[in-house]
Design a protein around this ligand. Structure first.
Ligand code: PMP
Length: 428
C-alpha cells in the first residue's frame, strides 16, 4: 500500500470507501493513478486551468478531462449554454435545432465530414464507424496500430504479437478470440509492415489516430499517412481517422486539415461535447446515408445528440476561432520548450503539436509503441508524483499526452516549468 493510502486525507478516505463500491475505486482505469504508483486524487471543483481537490490542494491541470476541455474548466460561456439548454429540458428523444447546427459547424470545419451521426462516447463512435466500414466494403478485417486506442470496442482491444503484420490477440480477458483475430495489428510508422498487411489480408478499414496520443504523442513519420491513404485507395479499403483527440485541437479541422490527408470516415469525440458526453462519426453523404434510417446499417442511442452536450459542444466550437488556435499554439510551444529546458542534460525528449505534449523518459523520441514502452516508466511515475506535490497535475501515464488549453496562461506555464525542473532534479 502506498504512503498516501495510509495518510489521513479526504481523498484517501473517499478512496477507501470507493474501493467497496467501484472496481479499483474509479469509473475509468487511468484515474486510479496506478501507473505512477500512487492513489487517486478526488476532485472537488475546477476553474480555468486549475483543479482543486477535496483536501483543498490546487493544481495546474494538464489533463483537462483527457481532452474535452480545450477552454479549461467551467468556462462561463459554455456553462451559460448548458444552463440555458437544461432549462428547456434535458432530453427529448426527438430531434432538435441544436443538433443540426452542431453538425453544420462540424462539417464546416472537418474537410472529410459532410454528414455525421452523433453518439455518447468515442467508443461507440468507433464501433459504429467500423460497422459502417464493414457494411460498405463487405469485408471484415481491420488494421490498427499497436499502442493506438480507439475505445474499449472488443475488436479493437487487440495488441500486437510478434512479427511484422500479426493477427491480433485479445488484450483483455472477455474479448472473444474471433473479435481480436479479425484485427491485424502493425507497429506505428512501419511502412513495410503496413504493405505486408495489405498484401496478406482483405481489409475493410484501417483505423488510425493520425497523431497518436495514446502511446504518448508520436507524430507520423513524413509520408506515412500519405502511404496509408494510397494503399487504402488502391485496395478499396476505408481509411478511418480517429480524431477523438486531434479533432478541433491540432487545427480547426483536426489532423486531416493539418496534414492534408483526407480519410474516408472520421471518428470524433471529446471537444465535440465540450465536457459533456458526446461523440460522432462522419464522412461523405454516400457512405453516411448507409446508416439507419437513411440506410440499413443499424446504429442508435437514447441520449445521442443530447441537448446539453450539443449546447456545450456548440459553445466550445464557437470559442475556437483563429485567435484561440494562435494562443493554444503559443501556449503549447512555451510548455514544450519550457519542459525541454527544465530537463537540461537529462535523457528526456519532448514531442508536441498544437494542444498536445508528451514528456518521454528516453533520450530519443519514440517512433512506435515498442520504443515508447522502452521509456523509463518508473522514473516517469516518480516525476509525476513530484509534480503533483508541487501543484502540477500531469497525465498519470507515460502513454498519454498533456492537454494544454486556451485557459493556460503564461503564469501557469512558468509555474509548471519551475515545478518540472525541481521534479527532474529530485528524480534524476
Ligand atoms: N479514440 C481515441 C483516440 C481516444 O483517445 C479515446 C479515449 N481517450 C477513445 C477513442 C474512446 O473515447 P471514449 O472514452 O469517449 O469512449
Amino acid at each position: 500500500m502506498s504512503a498516501s493510502s495510509l495518510s489521513d486525507t479526504r481523498s484517501s478516505e473517499l478512496y477507501r470507501r470507493a474501493l467497496h463500491v467501484l472496481p479499483g475505486g474509479v469509473n475509468s482505469p487511468v484515474r486510479a493513478m496506478r501507473a505512477i504508483g500512487r492513489d487517486p486524487i478526488f476532485i472537488e471543483r475546477a476553474s480555468g486551468a486549475e483543479l482543486t481537490d477535496v483536501d483543498g490542494n490546487v493544481y495546474v491541470d494538464y489533463v483537462c478531462s483527457w481532452g474535452p476541455l480545450i477552454h479549461g474548466h467551467a468556462h462561463p460561456e459554455i456553462l451559460e449554454a448548458i444552463t440555458a439548454a437544461a432549462a428547456n429540458g434535458t432530453s427529448f428523444g426527438a430531434p432538435t435545432a441544436g443538433e443540426v447546427e452542431l453538425a453544420e459547424a462540424v462539417s464546416a470545419r472537418m474537410p472529410a465530414v459532410d454528414m455525421l451521426r452523433m453518439t455518447s462516447s468515442g467508443t461507440e463512435a468507433s464501433m459504429s464507424a467500423i460497422r459502417l466500414a464493414r457494411a460498405a466494403t463487405g469485408r471484415e478485417k481491420l488494421l490498427k496500430f499497436a499502442g493506438a486506442y480507439h475505445g474499449h470496442v472488443d475488436g479493437l482491444l487487440a495488441a500486437a504479437g510478434s512479427g511484422l503484420a500479426t493477427q491480433g490477440i485479445p488484450s483483455s480477458p472477455g474479448v472473444p478470440e474471433g473479435a481480436a483475430a479479425a484485427t491485424v495489428v502493425v507497429p506505428w510508422n512501419d511502412e513495410e509492415a503496413v504493405k505486408a498487411a495489405f498484401a496478406e489480408h482483405e481489409l475493410a478499414a484501417v483505423l488510425v489516430e493520425p497523431y497518436p496520443a495514446n502511446m504518448g504523442l508520436i507524430p507520423p513519420a513524413p509520408g506515412f499517412l500519405e502511404l496509408l491513404r494510397d494503399l487504402c485507395t488502391g485496395y478499396e479499403t476505408l481509411l478511418v481517422f480517429d480524431e477523438v483527440i486531434t479533432g478541433f485541437r491540432v487545427a480547426p479541422g483536426g489532423a486531416q486539415e493539418l496534414t492534408g490527408v483526407l480519410p474516408d470516415l472520421t471518428v470524433m469525440g471529446k471537444i465535440i461535447g465540450g465536457g459533456l458526453p458526446a461523440a460522432a462519426f462522419g464522412g461523405p453523404i454516400a457512405l453516411m446515408e448507409q446508416i439507419a434510417p437513411a440506410g440499413e446499417v443499424y446504429q442508435a442511442g437514447t441520449l445521442s445528440g443530447n441537448p446539453l452536450a450539443v449546447a456545450a459542444g456548440r459553445a466550445t466550437l464557437a470559442l475556437l476561432d483563429e485567435q484561440a488556435y494562435m494562443s493554444l499554439s503559443d501556449t503549447t510551444r512555451a510548455l514544450a520548450d519550457g519542459l525541454r529546458e527544465a530537463a537540461g542534460d537529462h535523457p528526456i525528449s519532448v514531442t508536441s503539436t498544437t494542444g498536445l505534449v508528451t514528456v518521454f523518459f528516453a533520450a530519443e523520441p519514440p517512433t512506435d509503441y515498442a520504443s515508447a514502452a522502452a521509456c523509463d516508466l518508473d522514473t516517469y511515475g516518480a516525476w509525476c508524483r513530484a509534480l503533483l506535490a508541487r501543484g502540477v497535475y500531469p497525465p498519470a501515464s507515460q502513454f498519454e499526452a498533456w492537454f494544454p488549453s486556451t485557459a493556460h496562461t503564461a503564469d501557469h506555464i512558468a509555474r509548471t516549468v519551475e515545478a518540472a525542473a525541481a521534479a527532474f532534479a529530485e528524480v534524476l
